[in-house]
Design a protein around this ligand. Structure first.
Ligand code: ATP
Ligand code: MG
Ligand code: MG
Length: 594
């Protein structure tokens, strides 16, 4: 059995369950309150995680890792994972992204219910929007003001930045820091009422301007933004900062383990400070959620910066967010990677505290491990050249004769049955299965050599035809009688080479899109390098190939193993039953496919 990789989060959750950390939690909210409906009935002993994307772009493979981790931990420990949109920033968010993210999470194999559909004792996930807590967040802010734990600062953004200090210099108190709670409350209400312009003032926590942790030097809690929000419209002209909103979202939903990437480690003291102050004030219930940080997924040969991915799309280096070479979930999906392969990758990369790089080949290995036992086999010719069997009518009586052949749909799964196809006088073979002058160790077709056409007959090469420019236009051979696979004479002639083929008379022409890594350097954007110069010029090539007739009338999004070639999928968007378009997902072996 596979060994589970190190995952310190599992250990933490196991300990919490054993210690009953979250058993018997009480809930402070009153019915009808934002805090009340959020997490459903009291079943607080359960593990609650969340996946909280900002709906400002398409998800990528790093998000897939976070999704599998959060939903996976909830599943494995009988808990719940909240699908939550962190939609506290009005300007960058769009419904298109909300829909795309939900689609991606669902495709990865995870789901959720509406909060009111929740039933205790069942492993369900819920869908939440941070913007539905705006009222609570506003009350929490007023509460902090009343307790002298927050103040309205009217310094210019430049002064604020300068007075924050840096790693070597402590910060300087704002001249507005000592205002009375009553003054601050009045000013904050003016902010809310729309009486001040964007950037004129902010609400800040009052903590410690000399703290060695810069995140504790009076972080901003609210800013003015006269902007329409996708969910709340124009109801608000002040919006909470992420660092203020996020802990509150977690607490209201009674998240137990709030899992994020390492760059949020320095935010944890503020996360705890805020929730503890609100709990003291009776606005939140103990025990409070705890934040845990893990190392983000870094994978070679890809980039995950949203800005750079957008540049690839905008400048036409790829065909769109779902280009099969993109590391976006929509791109990986279109390329043919399966949800199971991404789950495997997430599991195999574990969760750790140390940043590291995962080689891209891990993704392909996961895909092969998933598809090896599942994908039906078929023969396809990717770079076709015609092979003519000159003695066909001598052996079979007519040039039009065809010989029925068959092969298992899957070598280890007889229950999937047999594929049928036939051999005729002309067949398509791979161009590189013939060599006029064979290099050393070449066992395939060259004049005088015999090979087997897989599942068919042994043939002997007699030469080739060329055009005026010396290009080979056809390979010539003769069929060796009585050597058909599966008949008593099959072993009468020994051959060293077996080649795949497709009949000219029954083969199906298909557009084959051969994809490879988008970048030819392992770390395309390391050290501020121009990532565009690392683009792999051979990341896509398109050919017309031929498929065996068992692949007639395929639906979209169907996966196969083409014998000798690797794993392929019918394109989700462009494939038609009568005009097949097929993507190569990956070859059969590790690393570069060339
Ligand atoms: P932005 O740069 O716009 O903030 P983001 O990449 O942080 O984008 P979010 O929508 O905030 O995207 O991310 C949702 C969740 O996915 C977060 O919890 C984040 O930590 C996690 N996540 C993002 N990138 C990775 C990654 N490479 N590996 C693991 N988790 C990731
Ligand atoms: Mg983010
Ligand atoms: Mg990011």
């Amino acid at each position: 059995a596979a060994v589970k990789p190190a995952n310190f989060l599992r250990t933490i959750i196991e300990r919490d369950l054993e210690a009953g950390t979250y058993a018997g939690r009480h809930f402070a909210g009153t019915p009808g309150d934002a805090t009340h409906h959020a997490a459903g009935p009291l079943d607080a002993a359960r593990v609650r995680t969340r996946f909280p994307p900002e709906p400002n772009g398409y998800l990528h493979i790093g998000h897939a890792k976070s999704i599998c981790l959060n939903f996976g931990l909830a599943r494995d420990f009988g808990g719940v994972c909240h699908m939550r949109f962190d939609d506290t920033n009005p300007e960058k968010e769009e419904q298109e992204y909300v829909d795309g993210i939900l689609d991606a999470v669902r495709w990865l194999g995870f789901g959720w219910d509406a909060p009111d559909a929740h039933a205790p004792g069942q492993n369900r996930s819920h869908l939440f929007y941070a913007s539905s807590y705006f009222d609570f967040m506003y009350r929490a802010a007023e509460h902090l003001i009343e307790r002298s734990l927050a103040y309205v600062d009217e310094q210019t953004p430049e002064d604020m930045r300068r007075n924050r200090g840096d790693f070597t210099t402590p910060g300087t108190d704002s001249p507005f820091r000592s205002r009375s709670p009553a003054d601050n409350l009045a000013r904050f209400r003016e902010m809310r009422a729309g009486q001040h312009a964007d950037g004129a003032m902010v609400l800040r926590a009052k903590i410690d301007m000399a703290s060695p942790n810069i995140n504790l030097r009076d972080p901003a809690l609210y800013r003015i933004k006269h902007a329409e929000h996708h969910a709340t419209g124009t109801a608000w002209c002040i919006y909470p900062m992420y660092t203020f909103a996020h802990p509150i979202e977690d607490a209201l939903e009674r998240i137990t383990h709030s899992i994020c990437t390492l760059e949020f480690e320095d935010q944890r003291p503020f996360y705890d400070w805020l929730l503890e102050r609100l709990a003291e004030g009776g606005l939140l219930a103990q025990p409070l959620p705890k934040q845990y940080e893990f190392a983000r997924l870094n994978m070679t040969y890809i980039i995950t910066s949203k800005r750079k991915l957008k540049q690839l799309v905008d400048e036409g280096h790829v065909s769109g967010w779902d280009d099969p070479r993109m590391p976006t979930i929509v791109g990986l999906r279109r390329r043919g990677y399966t949800p199971e392969s991404l789950q495997l990758l997430a599991e195999r990369t574990g969760a750790s505290k140390a940043n590291s790089w995962i080689d891209y080949s891990w993704l392909d290995i996961a895909l092969r491990d998933d598809l090896e036992g599942k994908a039906a086999r078929a023969m396809a010719v990717i770079d076709p050249i015609k092979l003519v069997l000159g003695n066909w009518s001598e052996v079979f009586g007519s040039d039009d004769h065809t010989e029925a052949c068959s092969a298992p749909a899957h070598p280890q799964r007889p229950e999937l049955g047999q594929r049928q196809f036939s051999l005729g006088r002309e067949v398509w073979i791979e161009r590189d299965d013939f060599a006029e002058q064979p290099p050393k160790g070449f066992f395939r077709l060259f004049p005088g050599n015999k090979v087997r056409l897989k599942y068919g007959y042994v043939i002997e090469c007699t030469g080739c035809e060329k055009d005026a420019d010396g290009r080979i236009t056809a390979v010539l051979a003769r069929v060796v009688p009585d050597t058909k696979s599966g008949t008593p004479g099959a072993d009468s002639v020994k051959v060293k080479g077996v080649i795949t083929w497709v009949g000219v008379h029954d083969g199906i022409a298909a557009e084959l899109r051969l994809y490879d890594r988008l970048f030819s350097e392992a770390q395309p954007d390391a050290g501020g390098k121009d990532f565009l110069s690392a683009l792999n010029p051979a990341s896509k090539s398109v050919t017309t190939g031929y498929l065996e007739p068992s692949l007639r009338d395929l639906p979209a999004d169907q996966r196969f193993q083409f014998e000798r070639h690797g794993y392929f999928v019918t394109d989700r968007i462009d494939h038609r039953a009568d005009r097949p378009v097929i993507n190569r997902i990956t070859g059969l072996k590790d690393g570069w496919t060339k």
